[in-house]
Design a protein around this ligand. Structure first.
Ligand SMILES: Cc1cc2nc3c(=O)[nH]c(=O)nc-3n(C[C@H](O)[C@H](O)[C@H](O)COP(=O)(O)O)c2cc1C
Length: 198
């Protein structure tokens, strides 16, 4: 059986983006558990045109992102808290995934989605994580029970080289990755036994 494919979306186009580093950390933890991972980072998201629901033309970057999510087993989405919500860069990428509406698997149906937020204050950590959960529910996905919100000012989660330096956050990152990978394994086992029964 192929390795579970985990697609990460997130970050800002700021050098050393903390939300991007958090997405990368969860992807690395998924890879350590056997996942095949790909990240669409802030600079990539910044190259996507503003989504236009009436224009079916797609740039190569748009098609790449849509195809990656279409064939994914799980997603990881990370955003900074901007004015109490998630960023326009992430929202624009999510809106593009409207292209999955007519698929046999509509939007994120049946997929686990790990969610991460970094913000300068606790309030935006909470509101932004909650907003992302609502979006995933609207798109039929399953936010993992563990969502991660990091106060990027008070917690200083990263070492100067970009590595995750806070052991508590690292533990939570690993726990979220475990939930994602367990969900995928269980979904595959259910699918396999349904095929045997059919
Ligand atoms: C335009 C903008 C709006 C922001 N709004 C908030 C906010 O409402 N609440 C908050 O706690 N932090 C806010 N911040 C701080 C960011 O959430 C925080 O610095 C975050 O960690 C940046 O993510 P990044 O490192 O991935 O760029 C804002 C930052 C910017 C640039």
């Amino acid at each position: 059986m192929s390795a579970p494919r985990i697609v990460g979306i997130g970050g800002t186009n700021r050098q050393g983006s903390s939300s991007e580093r958090m997405v990368r950390a969860v992807l690395e933890a998924c890879a350590a558990r056997g996942g095949e991972v790909v990240l669409f980072d802030g600079p990539f998201l910044a190259r996507l045109p503003h989504f236009n629901p009436e224009d079916p033309a797609r740039t190569p970057e748009e098609s790449e992102l849509v195809e990656a999510v279409r064939t994914a087993d799980a997603l990881v989405i990370g955003s900074p808290g901007y004015h109490g919500g998630y960023s326009g860069l992430v929202k624009n990428a999510v809106d593009l995934l409207e292209d999955l509406r007519g698929d046999a698997r509509c939007y994120f149906d049946g997929m686990p989605v790990g969610l991460l937020v970094t913000a300068a204050g606790r309030q935006a950590c909470g509101t932004t994580l909650s907003a992302l959960r609502d979006v995933v529910h609207a798109m039929r996905g399953w936010p993992t029970p563990i969502g991660i919100a990091v106060n990027s000012v008070a917690q200083r989660p990263f070492a100067p080289d970009g590595a995750l330096a806070d052991p508590q956050i690292a533990e939570t990152v690993d726990a979220q990755a475990a939930q994602i990978m367990d969900f995928v394994a269980n979904a595959r086992a259910r699918q396999a036994s349904a095929e045997v029964a059919a």
